[in-house]
Design a protein around this ligand. Structure first.
Ligand SMILES: *Cc1c(COP(=O)(O)O)cnc(C)c1O
Length: 365
């Protein structure tokens, strides 16, 4: 018997999260110059971050010897104004990943279950299984959530439903009316987590404000992140918005100082710079069009995306990925999402997208 053998079966059965390949790793492996590598693998913001967020982060370095404000007062106040919710309706996370983990720790365990869609964000099964709960994966409909089937899959032991809107890695989107009808149909003792990691990229006519639903559906939790459109992925800041009793529950399992002082300061400044977010969304819309135009012309299948990435049909995903890596282009294989024929590419700068397109043409030739 080893330490490994003694671990619970549900922990041993977990397949670890597979992140995008770091630039430094590919440079090492292929003997390439880091400067020549294009990474379009982790849905990062190609514009970087807001200058104001950078300045705030640099200034906050001075506070590093001290513990951060464990209550995150300044950021909660900023989030509270941004979404027009009370301070006690907000929980801060070390990335929104942390919010998802808190949900699992607070509500899931052996004897309970969570419902999510096939091809949904990988952290939902990971957090569910790590808690010892059962994951109920509902077959997707056109690569997106089949909401009727998800509603029907909820059992007596179900405590949580996870929905990413838009979803990663497929980019599919549920329009606000359909999503609200779903939330309304879920029993009030089942938490519906609506993961809005990409909502800043939605065009105006599709944008919706789920915080306004909280009074009607006290079992709703909305999660947001500073990692994507705000460009702070490396600082790890996210938040959840819900009713005070749900937030109270999450705070009980939250690590006392889960968000760093640098992260808190940068996030406050980033939230205040909505002009940067707008420019990021505009660049992304143009980049999505650039990718779609190429895929259409080349006869390559893709899933219409509402995020800052797009999944396309590569045939042998692993082989095409290898040929892209050899050319210094990093995208994301999504075989782990049961989509081995597909690859996911993040939207970059126009020049980065062009590098990807050129490399893909060669990889497929
Ligand atoms: C990227 C992503 C997140 C969160 O990332 P964090 O960096 O932990 O905030 C959450 N949900 C989805 C669907 C994502 O794609």
């Amino acid at each position: 018997m080893s330490v490994f053998d003694r671990a619970s079966a549900h922990i041993r059965s977990i397949s670890p999260y597979q992140p995008g390949k770091p630039i430094s790793e590919l440079a090492r492996e292929m003997g390439l110059d880091e400067a020549g590598i294009v990474k379009l693998a982790s849905n990062e913001n190609p514009l970087g971050m807001s200058d104001k967020a950078r300045a705030a982060a640099l200034a906050a370095i001075a506070d590093v010897p001290r513990y951060p404000d464990g209550n995150g007062f300044d950021l909660k106040q900023a989030v509270s104004r941004h979404h027009d919710v009370a301070m006690n309706q907000i929980v801060l996370g070390n990335g929104s990943n942390d919010i998802l983990e808190m949900v699992a720790r607070a509500l899931l365990g052996p004897g309970s279950s969570a419902v999510y869609s096939q091809h949904a964000f990988a952290v939902y099964p990971l957090a569910t299984l790590a808690a010892g709960a059962t994951g109920i994966e509902v077959p997707a409909l056109d690569y997106g959530c089949d909401l009727d089937a998800m509603r029907a899959a909820i059992r007596d032991d179900t405590r949580v439903v996870f929905i990413a809107n838009p979803n990663n890695p497929t980019g599919t989107f549920i329009e606000a009316g359909a999503l609200e009808r779903f939330v309304a149909a879920v029993p009030r003792d089942v938490l519906v987590v609506v993961d809005e990691a990409y909502s800043e990229y939605l065009p105006g006519h599709l944008a919706y404000d789920s915080a306004r639903w909280l009074d009607r559906y006290p079992n709703l939790l909305v999660s947001r992140t500073f990692s994507k459109a705000y460009g702070l992925a490396g600082l790890r800041v996210g938040y959840g918005i819900g009713q005070p009793d749900v937030i109270d529950l999450l705070n009980r399992v939250r690590q006392p100082f889960n968000v760093t002082n640098v992260g808190l300061a940068a996030a406050v400044a980033a939230l205040a710079d909505q002009d940067f977010v707008r420019r990021s969304a505009e660049l992304n819309a143009a980049g999505l069009k650039q990718m779609e135009t190429f895929f259409d012309a080349a006869g390559i299948g893709y899933i219409r995306s509402y995020g800052n990435f797009i999944a396309f049909r590569a045939g042998d995903g692993a082989a095409v990925n290898r040929r892209l890596l050899e050319q210094g282009v990093i995208v994301r294989p999504i075989a782990g999402y049961a989509m081995p024929e597909w690859l996911r590419v993040s939207i970059g700068l126009e020049t980065e997208n062009a590098r990807f397109i050129d490399a893909l043409k060669k990889a497929l030739a």
